[in-house]
Write a protein that binds this ligand. Structure first.
Ligand code: 0X9
Ligand code: ZN
Ligand code: ZN
Length: 304
């Protein structure tokens, strides 16, 4: 049975997404982004009041299979949207004027594998030719300095970049969707865990992004908002200097194809529980993250 304050398995998340769309047809519609390597559907929710020529913000969760609080946040975002539309003035304004594409779990095969076999699995579950090891790191598989730094060309490594950029069905589906909707998508938020950081380009080099000053201000305001709820401290900055150099990430790719407001969230915590964040922290983590997402989205609405 589905709960917003528990980690839900993929079947439960898929049943939830069908249900929340069916129950809120004027605010939520579900479509299929693509199909995973093992043949599972990858679902996408579009959240917002219908309107013409709306700008959009794309939010994905569940790139890395073991980062369970990430899909939990995407579910929370949709819950807050349907429960608080019409009462929360800021959220209502955002939903009236922006569309949010919410992808609850990108790496569906990996997520299932963390429930069935190996809780610490990170990558996809594709077969690698010439190797007995499975999977590619989806966040090293995008065409942004692909496999030049902070990524491995060995199939057995956790940061394997894949045989080519977009070699994975999951990353190809995401990239195709963003390419097809570039005229509307103004923001790209990709949700990971852990380390309490808000990152923006670049991570494939130390070069400063063309929009560095603006992105830095947007990030600072977002983490300041996040802090107000439970005094959770986030660091922020370009990925390369704030966490590490690592090429092939979706944030750098989205930025370089023209999505200016591109950010990676690394949610709670800073290592006490790490990927095994207790369910008791889902609510607090999600509620504080909502404040940051609303802050960034307001900036996009007013500036993009
Ligand atoms: O290494 C990653 O992919 C992310 N950290 S995680 O612990 N969730 O794996 C950070 C991604 C930052 N952005 C890029 N490297 N492009
Ligand atoms: Zn709430
Ligand atoms: Zn991650």
């Amino acid at each position: 049975v589905h709960s917003y304050e528990k980690y839900n398995d993929l079947d439960t998340i898929n049943a939830w997404s069908a249900n929340i769309a069916a129950q809120n047809p004027s605010l939520v519609t579900r479509s299929q982004l693509g199909t995973s390597y093992e043949g599972r559907p990858i679902y996408l929710l579009k959240v917002g009041r219908s309107g013409s020529n709306k700008k959009a913000v794309f939010i994905d969760c569940g790139f890395h299979a073991r980062e369970w609080v990430s899909p939990a946040f995407c579910q929370w975002f949709v819950k807050e949207s349907v429960e608080n539309y019409g009462s929360d003035a800021v959220l209502t304004n955002l939903l009236n004027n922006l569309d949010f594409y919410v992808l609850p779990v990108l790496n569906v095969d990996g997520y299932v594998f963390t429930w069935s076999s190996n809780r610490m699995w990170r990558k996809t579950r594709s077969v690698n030719s010439g190797s007995t090891c499975f999977g590619t790191d989806p966040n090293r598989n995008f065409n942004a300095g692909w496999c030049t730094v902070g990524a491995s060309s060995r199939a057995c490594d956790d940061t394997y970049c894949g045989s080519t950029p977009e070699s994975e069905r999951e990353t190809k589906a995401l990239a195709n969707f963003i390419r097809s909707n570039l005229s509307s998508i103004k923001g790209y938020l990709t949700v990971h865990s852990y380390s309490q950081m808000l990152l923006f380009p670049y991570s494939y080099s130390y070069a400063l992004a063309r929009d560095h000053t603006e992105l830095n201000t947007v990030a600072k305001n977002a983490v300041d908002q996040l802090f107000t709820l439970h005094r959770t401290r986030y660091t922020y900055g370009p990925g390369g200097t704030t966490i590490y150099l690592a090429a092939g990430g979706s944030d750098d790719w989205a930025y370089d194809v023209g999505v200016k407001y591109s950010f990676t969230f690394e949610l709670r915590d800073t290592g006490r529980y790490g990927f095994l964040l207790p369910e008791s922290q889902i609510k607090a983590t999600s509620e504080e993250t909502m404040l940051a997402v609303k802050s960034i989205s307001n900036h996009i609405l007013n500036n993009a």
